[in-house]
Write a protein that binds this ligand. Structure first.
Ligand SMILES: [Zn+2]
Length: 255
């Protein structure tokens, strides 16, 4: 459990928090003294960040706020060798990543995010392998999967191009999304994943999809404390899916 930092907290963790808040470019955020003393200005800065990030605005820096802050503060991981980028797109400017700090999707209120007794230790990201710019629904994907003889859609959640998060297979049921890794995992799919030609792997996530994926994974990690890893299908199979490297994406830092 992360310590909750709030008004009156003191120490090194507060200094780290203040330094991270100072690194944000949110309008109205004051330049804080990095003094390790959580006072009114730090409280206001935490609230401003929470508001911008679509989190609960309570001025308390707990696990979700600290995770979002960390992820917004370190958009890229320097010092690692650059892998081949031909199939993977990882060219999102740092500024864009900072904006997409897991904003609540427009349909968040109608979504049932439930805990399940099924032990979950990993979240695996997929794409629908559908062409850029085209919308598809849970019903479409369910129909494709049923044609393969499956009982239901293989994924637990689908993220639409407009950022809406839709429920697929009930969370309490084992999914059908990664051969050999369905037990203990949650499968999330975003609509898209290939370019308009319908065959070239491409990270087609819209800003709304990036934001909603972050939001959804953050909610699921908070609900399922056993989650140790967020990964991509391509880490387990010779496939491009989800057409980006989750390990190099902010998503990969959330567990
Ligand atoms: Zn996949």
């Amino acid at each position: 459990m992360t310590t909750l930092l709030k008004r009156g907290s003191r120490g090194a963790a507060v200094r780290d928090l203040q330094a991270m808040l100072n690194a944000q470019t949110i309008i109205g955020m004051a330049d804080l003294a990095v003094d390790g003393d959580f006072g009114a200005k730090t409280d206001a800065a935490v609230r401003a960040f929470q508001d911008a990030a679509g989190l609960v605005v309570d001025g308390v820096a707990g696990r979700q706020t600290l995770t979002a802050l960390k992820q917004a503060t370190t958009p890229a991981k320097p010092g690692r060798p650059e892998p081949d980028k031909s199939a993977m797109q990882d060219d999102v400017p740092a500024a864009d990543r900072r904006i997409a700090v897991g904003k609540r999707p427009s349909n968040a209120d109608s979504l049932r995010l439930e805990h399940t007794a099924r032990p979950i230790d990993e979240i695996i990201i997929h794409c629908a392998a559908t062409p850029e710019g085209k919308d598809f629904t849970v019903a479409d994907i369910r129909a494709w999967h049923k044609q393969r003889g499956w009982s239901d859609i293989g994924y637990h959640y689908v993220v639409y191009r407009d950022g809406r998060v839709m429920e697929g297979r009930p969370i309490g049921q084992v999914g059908a999304h990664v051969s050999g890794h369905n037990t203990g995992t949650i499968g999330i799919c975003y609509v898209g994943g290939v370019s308009a030609d319908g065959k070239t792997a491409k990270d087609t996530r819209t800003p709304d999809q990036r934001s909603s994926l972050l939001w959804l994974v953050m909610q699921l990690v908070a609900l399922h404390r056993g989650v140790k890893k967020v990964s991509g299908h391509n880490e387990y199979a010779a496939k491009a899916c989800p057409s980006f490297d989750v390990r190099k994406d902010p998503l990969g830092t959330l567990a």
